[in-house]
Design a protein around this ligand. Structure first.
Ligand code: GAL
Length: 361
């Protein structure tokens, strides 16, 4: 699952052209440079792969690594970063649980001249963040909502509304949540305004629909209560879900309420991350869509960034305006996400070598 794809190889080429990729051991007189990595949780398969990929890529550069998982607990993660700074790591790579939790600890990193890279999720409120590597989070939200309105037939006019929809968002402490939500709502809003889409619960403000720590059980509970309160006499046609783990919880609630049988098909349910349980659900005709984010590419881009900053060089970036963390715009490298459904999962996920056929059995 971690072999390099053609796309990743193309990124490697692009990055190598713009960087001088010196060996890590040249970094200083202290021998092998060491990199501290912290990832949010092992609950979700994607972060396990992210951690493994980062370690592999950095090893390829000759770095030693310390990889920690934070059990989705902001305090634990801050403590991990503190320990890494005390150990004298040469750079930090942080995929944050709570993007706002790092202001104090990272001022210590800054004083110690330790470069900081935000991985996938932007760290907010700290001017110690040097670079950000992520996927195009605006495109992720767009792809989810585009899929939803296309499948309902609203785009080419093949079907007329009104259709019912409910909207879910990710964790309030994750900066990505707002990006996914706002991009998706820009697509959905015109249909809500003209009455083609009806949110029967009326819950569409971000504050009302977030899901703490992206937890599938929290999403399942909210879906149960929405169905009990607003859909006893109405059918639900679509659910905007921002993440696979939540989508599966939502589908569980829907099935409990009688959806998923011939007379009452499941609504369209979106997702994100192309996690194996969700791909299997797509193959079974339950979850409708996910957004594939090749974590191998993200690890590759980030490890090139690390190697550049450790050597005092400027890494390759392709966005200098989108991600203001409250102190400054953080120079960013954005990777394209890909919308995946029953029609293209084989081509996108199997032919690219991201998954083996046996992973999906
Ligand atoms: C977001 C990330 C998504 C998904 C989600 C839940 O920050 O961008 O891809 O993984 O967290 O883990």
């Amino acid at each position: 699952m971690r072999a390099r794809t053609t796309a990743a190889a193309a990124i490697t080429t692009a990055l190598s052209l713009s960087l001088s990729a010196c060996a890590a051991t040249d970094a200083g007189s202290r021998g092998t440079a060491s990199i501290g990595i912290t990832m949010p949780t092992k609950v979700s398969p994607r972060w396990i792969a992210d951690g493994e990929n980062m370690v592999d890529e950095l090893k390829g550069f000759g770095y030693s690594t310390t990889l920690r998982y934070a059990d989705n607990d902001p305090e634990t993660q801050v403590t991990q970063v503190e320990a890494m700074i005390a150990d004298g790591v040469d750079a930090l790579v942080i995929a944050s649980v709570d993007g706002r939790a790092f202001k104090d600890v990272l001022s210590k990193a800054k004083s110690a001249n330790i470069p900081v890279i935000s991985y996938d999720r932007l760290i907010l409120g700290s001017d110690a963040v040097d670079y950000y590597a992520t996927f195009d989070n605006v495109k992720v939200g767009q792809q989810q909502a585009d899929f939803l309105v296309e499948q309902l037939g609203l785009v080419n006019g093949s079907r007329k509304g009104p259709f019912t929809v409910e909207v879910f968002a990710g964790s309030a402490d994750d900066n990505n949540t707002r990006f996914f939500y706002e991009a998706a709502m820009r697509v959905l809003q015109p249909y809500v305004r003209n009455g083609d889409l009806i949110i029967r619960s009326g819950e569409q403000e971000l504050e009302k629909i977030t899901t703490l720590r992206w937890d599938g059980v929290v999403a399942e509970k909210r879906m149960n209560s929405l169905l009990d309160s607003h859909y006893t006499n109405h059918n639900l046609d679509a659910v905007l879900s921002p993440y696979d783990g939540m989508s599966l919880g939502i589908i569980k609630a829907l099935k409990k309420h009688g959806y998923g049988v011939p007379g009452k098909p499941l609504p369209i349910v979106t997702g994100q991350d192309a996690e194996i349980p969700s791909i299997k659900s797509i193959m079974d005709g339950e979850q409708s869509q996910t957004v594939y984010k090749d974590t191998r590419q993200l690890a590759l881009v980030t490890s090139y960034m690390v190697n550049s900053v450790v050597h005092g060089n400027k890494p390759a970036i392709n966005d200098t305006r989108t991600y203001n963390n409250g102190t400054k715009v953080i120079p960013t490298y954005l990777i394209d996400p890909v919308s995946v459904d029953k029609g293209n999962y084989k081509e996108i996920l199997l032919d690219s070598g991201y998954f083996k056929k046996s992973d999906l059995e």
